[in-house]
Design a protein around this ligand. Sequence first.
Ligand code: PMP
Length: 385
Amino acid sequence: SSSSSTSSFANSTSTTGASSNNRVINLDHGDPTAYERFWRQTGDKSTITIPGWQSLSYFSDVTNICWFLEAEFAREVVRLHNVVGNAVTEGRHIVVGTGSSQLFLAALYALSPIDSPEPISVVCASPYYSSYPSMTNHLKSGLYKWGGDAESYEKEGPYIELVTSPNNPDGHVRRSKVNRSQGFLVHDLAYYWPQYTPISAPADHDLTLFTVSKSTGHAGMRIGWALVKDQEVAKKMTKFIELNTIGVSKDSQLRAAKVLRAVSDSWEQGNSKESESFFKFSHKLMANRWKQLRLVVERSELFSLPKFSPAFCTFFNQVLEPQPAFVWLKCEGNVEDCESFLRGYNILTRSGIHFGVSPKYVRISMLDTDENFNQFLDRLSAIQS
Ligand code: PMP
């Protein structure tokens, strides 16, 4: 079964055998270690020192709705969105979270009607991010429950629709599907950054989620942010986080501020030998990986990839191809279970069934280390010959 690869976060990518072909390549999680080389070369520009006397208080700014939001972090969030042009920040409340995962739950809590006789349905078009159903149902809330594929959702009344764009797992740009009057939308824009997809316009939604995990690659910092139009929704999300963790690590917020600042600075100071821009680096890395992957897949009869259309990117000022953080690979022919097929070659992936679709599909991380990515390509090309 797939449970060994999907249920345990501790499942390591490390060596399990002596020869390199025995080594298990774990590309099940989207662990974003690919940008390590960039961050190594930034040195002091992305380093902070926190003295022992700092961050003692729970509070950051009691006049702000999100009273545990560090002002320095909020400033860098606004600045980065202005630099990239991927989201409107004017007229928005910023709510910081322990990853966008915590903000996802805070959003469900904040958007659920309190006086409803039954839980509100939470839907998303398939293939959907595999964590949505489990995060929604884990605590068997009386407020909300997983309602499945948005495409086939027909119930009357209020609902919450998750719009992930570009989408995890398949990388496509998305809009809401249900389009009825009583819908609340949560836009999960974890991958709406120029290294993954052409930036078409600043996102201008009611409730938008972002995370450092996929933008800068600092998943371990556990910092995400929500841009929220409605003051009452921002208050309820803040309340959820207060009840859940009494705020969000100040150390992490200060570190995130420094990292976001380094990203903005690196773009504004232009590309030079000493200081490469983060988005140029990450875009080039993704472009390289996708080019190599396409070569391997195109030579094979066994696999296929989604088709993407190039689009104008307002950030890079040119027409560019999407280059998603995941490969959404289809096993063609008579391979019915693509995940176990690839597991036979010691490549761990996540089956389409976790995303609400057929096991002929798997999701594969494109953000792992160079070593693992290259091993993966070698093995994939060896399968066809
Ligand atoms: N949303 C999507 C679409 C994701 O892919 C991920 C990370 N896999 C998350 C949310 C969670 O991100 P975080 O690390 O910020 O909790």
